[in-house]
Ligand binder design. Structure first.
Ligand SMILES: Cc1ncc(COP(=O)(O)O)c(C=O)c1O
Length: 404
């Protein structure tokens, strides 16, 4: 009889690059009856403490705005708030999420120029600086961690280039914040845009944006108000931020919500942020770095190759080439159905040649990485790939041991 090892589990373990596994206290935080989103007690006891705590995760002293939605909501809200039709924008495109940013800029009517980067390749900073100088854009956008290729791009350096040409710096940190060091203020990020469901380890459903005073000033000086009422971040500031912090809400008075804020998700986010701060950012980043390295050593020991340039490997998403003659889709299906662990295929052009494994929040640990490598190896063996039994797990175990 063939044993199905997934049978006894009620759900697959999420080793995809988000949404990721949730810590139990985060799940528990949602197990409550509805509260009224406009009740002052919700604002004072949950919402405001959560957004203030998020500043530490963003490494910013500036406002962090929390909207219902996902990463894309944050990207679009940021873009439509600062960009007016005809504004020049330089979009760094190193994968699917660079393309997404380009599409958003297209929708808001930007006069965008793409700075293309070959998939998985390094960013040529000198050439970017020359292009920024030539175009003199109002904004430069970067996807810090390109989830489609498993690469991390240099957030600080691109920030310097943006500031040198007096451009706003818009950074997508959807798959890096709380897993890889993101220094919002130090790097001069004007809009740091992200979502709740990856390394923050909160449920899917919240978009987060930190906004610099320079970005708010740009919004104030628009020729026309942003075309969206709901996602106009200037309206959020006016309704949300007290006068003492540059907004329009008299200090100590109740504030109105720009849209109804999901109370359960905010409670879950409060729990998630609490856990992140309790762990401490340096520990958390190191944990992700070791887990990412363990995945890489594990897959190498199985005879697999990583997709990207080795100098820009991401610690939260590993993009691995599949052996010739083995379909990524078949690996994902077999691993999920037979061994109960879900990883992802590549996206778009890379769908038929690569796999993507997330190491995010809880899953950046031996507890998740070792079983994943074990299941990957069993799956590949089932599909005809030959490798030394246990080699991947042994190599990853050594990576964890070396890190101690
Ligand atoms: C780098 C990056 N940007 C943007 C997005 C889109 O975010 P969401 O799916 O939360 O809308 C994703 C999602 O995977 C992402 O990885």
């Amino acid at each position: 009889m063939t044993i199905n090892w997934a049978q006894c589990h009620t759900r697959p373990v999420l080793m995809i690059p988000g949404p990721t596994e949730l810590p139990f206290p985060v799940i528990q935080a949602m197990n409550q009856p509805p509260t009224i989103q406009y009740d002052r007690s919700f604002d004072e006891q949950v919402l405001e403490p959560t957004t203030l705590a998020l500043r530490q995760v963003f490494q910013t002293q500036k406002e962090v705005i929390l909207l219902p939605g996902s990463g894309r909501t944050a990207l679009e809200a940021g873009a439509l708030s600062v960009i007016e039709p005809g504004d020049r924008v330089l979009v760094i495109g190193a994968g699917q999420f660079g393309v997404l940013m380009r599409e958003i800029m297209n929708r808001v009517g930007a006069d965008w120029t793409e700075f293309p980067v070959e998939l998985g390749a390094r960013l040529d900073l000198d050439r970017l600086a020359r292009e920024a100088e030539r175009i003199r854009p109002k904004a430069i956008t970067l996807v810090h961690n390109e989830t489609s290729t498993g690469t991390t791009y240099p957030g600080a350096e691109v920030g310097r280039i943006a500031h040198a040409v007096d451009a706003l710096y818009l950074l997508d940190t959807v798959s890096s914040i709380a897993g890889i060091d993101v220094r919002t203020d130090e790097w001069g990020v004007d809009l740091n845009m992200t979502g709740s469901q990856k390394c923050l380890a909160a449920p899917l459903g919240l978009a987060l944006v930190s906004v610099s005073p320079r970005a708010f000033a740009t919004m104030e000086h628009r020729k026309r108000a942003a075309s969206s009422l709901v996602y106009d971040l200037l309206r959020w500031r006016d309704l949300w931020v007290p006068v003492s912090r540059g907004g329009k809400v008299p200090d100590g008075s109740p504030r109105r919500q720009p849209v109804s804020i999901p109370t359960h998700l905010t409670s879950a986010m409060r729990a998630a942020v609490g856990l992140i701060l309790e762990e401490g950012l340096p520990h958390r980043f190191r944990r992700h770095a070791v887990a990412g390295a363990a995945i890489r050593r594990g897959v190498a020991a199985m005879g697999l190759e990583m997709f990207p340039d080795a100098s820009i490997f991401s610690n939260t998403v590993s993009c691995v080439k599949t052996p010739k003659n083995i379909e990524p889709g078949a690996v994902v299906a077999r691993m999920r159905d037979q061994y109960g662990i879900l990883i992802g295929t590549g996206l778009d052009k890379m769908r038929t040649t690569t796999l993507r494994i997330g190491t995010m929040a809880m899953t950046a640990s031996p507890h998740y990485v070792l079983p994943t490598l074990s299941a990957l190896e069993l799956t590949l063996r089932d599909l005809g790939h030959k490798c030394e039994p246990g080699a991947g797990v042994a190599a990853a175990q050594a990576a964890f041991a070396d890190a101690v």
